[in-house]
Design a protein around this ligand. Structure first.
Ligand SMILES: NC(=O)c1ccc[n+]([C@@H]2O[C@H](COP(=O)([O-])OP(=O)(O)OC[C@H]3O[C@@H](n4cnc5c(N)ncnc54)[C@H](O)[C@@H]3O)[C@@H](O)[C@H]2O)c1
Length: 316
């Protein structure tokens, strides 16, 4: 993988800072643009804080920061870029306008990637002239701690461009997964929200409490999900058993195509979630910060364990 590539990041918020630090740490030169001056100016400090959380040494933090340039405007950011990552707010018209400007100034062979959570990549890229070099890269939050990046092809994406993006991400330490078709929710959110729909339905139908749902997941299959995917698990227990279980259970699972009415009734009562003090469950003022810190500590510890296991198993 060629180092010292130029990576452009449009939008230096939560996701943009993580994308920038990932490539700067991997030895690339990163240009970042954000129209909000305070956000742009605070980016190096946020990158430094996140790298420190990952136990990065002061020398390596300084090296990464020296590869990040803060830019005024899209033109200066994308000129001569090898790849452009857009991480601006989740609004279709805004993203389309950004890519129109990016295309006007980026070189013809730069890869253009949107980090949209749920907007179809096809919609964002439909007005581009060179649509074959455009795709989605769906990073997960926190972007510097969650390895997955879904690489989403549209019907126009050149497979060689998707391969190049996969190589770039893998070289930067991410775990890319190719999504061949631009479907809502890509892979991860489809799986995650199939689980959330059933979780809400269990509570809605009086089968158990919200706490019981969370306890069951955290104390059982949630524990092994980081090392055993669902299809590996199906192969492990055997496909006959999988088929038998599906015959007995699938017919009774929630399959409604719209959000549960429970969500609207909680929202109507102001029970909007942790920050409001009440969602499915009750929360204190401290719980929000405590929960975020628990997740960060867990992800760091898990990464260390996974790396140690890898070394042990491969003898490296
Ligand atoms: N936060 C998540 O969990 C998450 C996960 C995956 C994907 N995403 C997606 O990533 C994108 C960015 O999300 P985020 O969480 O980083 O949001 P954010 O609000 O933290 O960052 C967005 C940044 O874009 C900037 N911005 C506003 N207008 C802009 C413009 N015209 N050009 C360039 N930048 C502009 C804002 O100033 C802000 O700093 C969204 O599409 C979001 O849906 C978010």
């Amino acid at each position: 993988m060629k180092k010292n590539q130029k990576i452009a990041v449009i939008g230096g918020g939560l996701m943009g800072h993580g994308i920038a630090l990932t490539f700067a740490r991997a030895g690339h030169y990163v240009a970042v643009h954000d129209p909000v001056p305070e956000t742009l100016q605070s980016l190096p400090q946020r990158v430094s804080d996140s790298l420190r959380l990952l136990n990065t040494s002061d020398t390596d933090i300084a090296k990464a920061l020296s590869r990040i340039e803060l830019c005024d405007g899209i033109k200066a950011t994308v000129i001569d870029a090898d790849a452009v990552f857009e991480a601006a707010p989740e609004k279709l018209e805004l993203k389309q306008a950004i890519f129109a400007e990016v295309e006007a100034h980026a070189s013809g062979d730069a890869i253009l990637a949107s980090n949209t959570s749920v907007i179809q990549i096809t919609k964002i890229m439909e007005h581009l002239t060179l649509r074959q070099r455009a795709l989605g890269t769906h990073w997960w939050n926190p972007p510097h701690m969650i390895p997955l990046v879904e690489v989403v092809k549209t019907e126009w994406t050149d497979p060689a461009v998707a391969d190049k993006m996969i190589d770039l991400l893998a070289d930067a330490g991410k775990t890319p997964a190719l999504v061949e078709k631009d479907v809502p929710g890509f892979i991860g959110n489809r799986l995650q929200h199939a689980l959330w729909r059933e979780a809400i339905s269990l509570v809605e139908n009086g089968i158990c409490s919200a706490k019981a749902v969370d306890d069951v997941v955290k104390a059982s299959f949630g524990r092994r999900l980081a090392v055993l995917g669902p299809l590996e698990n199906a192969d492990l227990v055997g496909l006959e058993l999988t088929q038998d279980i599906h015959r007995q259970v699938l017919f009774d699972l929630d399959a409604r195509p719209e959000p549960s009415p429970v969500l609207q009734s909680l929202l109507d009562k102001g029970r909007t979630g942790m920050v409001a003090g009440h969602g499915f469950r009750k929360w204190t003022d401290e719980d929000f910060e405590r929960t975020k810190s628990r997740i960060a500590q867990h992800l760091c510890a898990l990464e260390r364990i996974l790396q140690e296991n890898l070394k042990h198993n491969t003898g490296l």
